[in-house]
Design a protein around this ligand. Structure first.
Ligand code: NAD
Ligand code: TYD
Length: 339
């Protein structure tokens, strides 16, 4: 079995590489990643020592690179993590989101059609369902919730999902899609809520909470996401969408306060800043389908996962300090300087 994992130098992709190398000692894994600002080869260092793992630097939207790789390697399975993934960046500059997230997915599927594949798995997001009101805790996203999108990021991911289903229906490409809630855990880029708050709190910097901090996200420990994708690859039904989430809804402000408490930092660091444009109010996944059909349930509860995550950022300060020392400073100043 030879698997192509795209975007494997990013947060979830790298965790998936480690997961698959551990769980399937007989699989060969190739990672294709463009090493954008969000990709970090240092993350994959432990995998580089494994002779069943190979890294290739390249853009998923580059047809020549992708087709050559498929011809040389002969993949059985493709798992597509490669994406521009940050909502705030998509609001500033949507173009690259459309190129990577939509056209990149198309190029990969064209290569699958040409060279043949047993499965193309698209790593999707719950953000394609838009948002839910804060005063209706009885509502959840199911796989049949209509696709609507609030940000250029979610619109690009929704477009990719539609294209994936179209390639299944039109060309018979054996596809599956998973739509997961917000992930947290080791190796998440420090522009996202949890690692940003940990890094700022450790430096006694302001903790910028958008709006009133009342928006709700449904958090899942990254390893539980990886296990769900592995299950879908092996037991999921071709042509199906699976929602992944662990019924762990939290208000942003409560997460930030929890991080302060664990790090013994004062809540006076919290600063309420101008809200994100079009800010989705609440995400909440109904994971009944993947539970009933594939027996998946999350294994890491938030109370444990968040401690493990904060401890990881404490123990691996070189990893994220390296990242935030470079061009990230410019990004931070642009996004938060006058907010
Ligand atoms: P990330 O931003 O941490 O990593 C993205 C990776 O893709 C990086 O390594 C980057 O270098 C690579 N990449 C970007 N453009 C590329 C291109 N054109 N060609 C090849 N590689 C490219 O993202 P993440 O948080 O790990 O998310 C991975 C996937 O999971 C994305 O598709 C995202 O939409 C989806 N997802 C993320 C979450 C979440 O909470 N982070 C939740 C649900 C779904
Ligand atoms: P984020 O990690 O960007 O994920 P997403 O927008 O894809 O859910 O943000 C999670 C939530 O945290 C979201 O409601 C926006 C909020 N947020 C802040 O309040 N401050 C911040 O500095 C960031 C990055 C996010």
């Amino acid at each position: 079995m030879k698997i192509l994992i795209t975007g494997g130098a990013g947060f979830i992709g790298a965790n998936f590489v480690f997961y698959m190398l551990k769980e399937h000692p007989d699989y060969d894994i190739v990672c294709l990643d463009a090493l954008t600002y969000a990709g970090n080869l240092e993350t994959l260092e432990p995998a580089m020592k494994n002779d069943r793992f190979k890294f290739v630097k390249g853009d998923v939207a580059d047809r020549e690179v992708v087709f050559k790789l498929f011809e040389e390697e002969g993949f059985n399975v493709v798992v597509n993590f490669a994406a521009e993934s940050h909502v705030d960046r998509s609001i500033e500059d949507p173009g690259i989101f459309l190129k990577t997230n939509i056209l990149g997915t198309q190029v990969l599927m064209d290569a699958c059609n040409k060279y043949g594949i047993d499965r193309f798995h698209q790593v999707g997001t719950d953000e394609v369902y838009g948002d839910l009101p804060l005063d209706r805790p009885d509502l959840f996203f199911t796989e049949t919730t209509p696709i609507t999108a609030s940000s250029p990021y979610s619109a690009s991911k929704a477009s990719a999902d539609l294209l994936v289903m179209a390639y299944h229906r039109t060309y018979g490409l054996p596809v599956t899609i998973s739509r997961c809630s917000n992930n947290y855990g080791p190796y998440q880029f420090p522009e996202k809520l949890i690692p940003l708050m940990i890094a700022n709190a450790l430096a006694d910097k302001e903790l910028p909470v958008y709006g009133e901090g009342l928006n709700v996200r449904d958090w899942l420990y990254v390893e539980d996401h990886c296990r769900a994708i592995d299950l879908i690859l092996h037991e999921g039904k071709v042509g199906e969408v699976y929602n992944i989430g662990g019924h762990n809804e939290m208000k942003n402000i409560d997460i930030v306060k929890l991080i302060c408490k664990y790090l013994d930092k004062p809540e006076t660091l919290i600063k309420y800043v101008t809200d994100r444009k079009g800010h989705d109010l609440r995400y909440a996944i109904d994971p009944t389908k993947i539970h009933e059909e594939l027996g998946w349930l999350p294994t890491t509860m938030f109370a444990d996962g968040i401690k493990k995550t904060i401890d990881w950022y404490l123990d691996n300060q070189d990893w994220w300090k390296n990242i935030i020392s470079g061009e990230y400073q410019e990004y931070y100043e642009k996004m938060y300087g006058n907010r």
